[in-house]
Design a protein around this ligand. Structure first.
Ligand code: LLP
Length: 421
């Protein structure tokens, strides 16, 4: 059962609520619409897959930092994966258990590392200078930091180059030829650092689980090598990156269970605890961006549906040429002509599209149009370009009612940045 479904008479529902009726009941502007029960179901899929292993599900907050969603994920037992001091502060405020949180990143600054050391979260070592900063932070905080080595295993994730991170020429992690340097450096700082594991993250939108198995095999070999030098490490962190079915065309893609099953034996064979860092596969399919059709036009050989949402609210198509499925929320009139459209926003550039070459019935002005799978890297990457203020967010609760879970940004919010200057 998935939260968004079309009824036989052509209306889109989110759980039990008709999306066109929701549109009538809320502010007239683009908004994000989530299903809380779908978030729960996605977490359950990981929990069930992980049965029999000692594990941490570290939700990657960068995918979606809505506070109500974070509280819900925390209540479901998730930890958190953080890439900035602000994400760390938010995770702590939302009540995540620091011993289930991991601070990642290739450019962590000293101030943020001090917060991490004080809070007692795991910290991934990404480079020589990062190790120096972690040592300095440990001294300032007066705490020993549990660290993992972020190893760059040089595995090709077979994804868009902008979301590949585990190849040898990427800016992330450390390469094998330097491993010994890092082990020696950790040994020199027994008061500040406790090495507890090894981490890798290959990239995002990965749709073949063999890629994870290849990486886990490489990582387990490193762990053997590290243990052989007397380090008692128990965590293997295989990062995030599992893709989802953006196309809605009936493809069978790997599920959390397939991912965990490919690494299970390896993890058990070494008595390891497994950390995973899912973002997209936990949250993307729980949400749509809901827009209104402003009008339809034709230029040259192109037909356009112009909507009120844009690349400011949702940038993945513009930035990565990403496909996100688009549909109308209500049935088209019987005489509506079916045509091929580019779905575009009102922003002043040609990169402003949500979808290209989509076959759709010609919609009337005011019709609702949704962009699916908008729960991950959409609101969290929204901007205020053209002063399109960031949209409000709603979810359907467990009891089927609708609640606002984030206020929409307003013009007044923008003016406030200049008050008193
Ligand atoms: N762990 C680390 C160290 C990461 O860098 C990331 C994502 C994750 C976990 C979570 O990966 P996920 O399970 O969500 O694939 N903005 C891009 C995605 C960038 C991903 C960055 N790192 C997009 O919209 O497709």
């Amino acid at each position: 059962h998935h939260c968004f479904s079309k009824s036989e008479d052509g209306y889109l529902y989110c759980e039990g609520l008709r999306v066109d009726e929701i549109m009538e009941s809320v502010e007239k502007r683009p908004f994000y619409l989530y299903s809380k029960p779908q978030i729960t179901r996605n977490v359950e899929a990981y929990k069930n897959a992980l049965e029999g292993l000692t594990s941490i599900i570290g939700y990657a907050i960068k995918a979606n930092n809505n506070y109500k969603i974070l509280e819900h994920l925390k209540n479901l037992g998730c930890g958190a994966v953080l890439v900035s001091g602000n994400e760390l502060k938010l995770a702590l405020r939302a009540g995540f258990d620091p011993t289930r949180c991991i601070f990642n990143g290739n450019g962590k600054i000293l101030e943020d590392l001090v917060l991490a050391a004080e809070a007692g979260v795991f910290v991934n070592i990404d480079s020589e200078f990062d190790l120096e900063n972690i040592v300095a932070a440990a001294r300032i905080a007066g705490k020993r930091v549990n660290v993992l080595l972020r190893i760059n295993p040089d595995v090709d994730p077979q994804v868009h180059p902008y979301v590949a991170t585990g190849n040898k020429n990427s800016k992330f992690g450390i390469r094998n030829e330097k491993l010994q340097w890092f082990l020696d450096a950790v040994k020199e700082h027994p008061v500040e650092l406790k090495l507890v594991g090894a981490h890798c993250h290959l990239g995002s939108t990965i749709t073949k689980v063999d890629i994870f198995r290849d990486a886990a095999t490489i990582m387990v070999n490193y762990i053997d090598e590290i243990r052989a030098q007397g380090f008692e490490i128990d965590y293997l962190n295989i990062g995030g990156g599992l893709g989802i079915d953006y196309y809605h065309a009936g493809a069978i893609l790997p599920k959390p269970r397939d991912l965990i099953d490919t690494v299970r034996e390896l993890v058990l064979s070494r008595g390891l605890k497994l950390i995973i860092e899912p973002g997209r596969s936990l949250i993307a399919n729980t949400c749509c961006l809901v827009n209104r059709v402003t009008g339809v036009k034709t230029n040259g050989s192109k037909n356009f549906i112009v909507i009120d949402g844009s690349m400011a609210e949702l940038i993945r198509p513009s930035l990565y040429d990403a496909y996100q499925h688009i549909e109308l929320v209500s049935p088209a009139p019987a005489n509506a002509e079916i045509a091929t459209f580019d779905v575009v926003g009102p922003v002043c550039e040609s990169a402003d599209f949500l979808g290209k070459g989509r076959e759709l019935p010609t919609p009337a002005k005011g019709t609702g149009l949704v962009v699916h799978d908008a729960g991950a890297y959409c609101m969290s990457m929204a901007s205020t370009y053209n002063l399109k203020m960031r949209p409000p967010e709603y979810w359907v609760e467990d009891d089927g009612s609708l609640s606002k879970i984030r206020h929409g940004e307003t013009f007044e919010d923008h003016i406030r940045f200049f008050e008193g200057l």
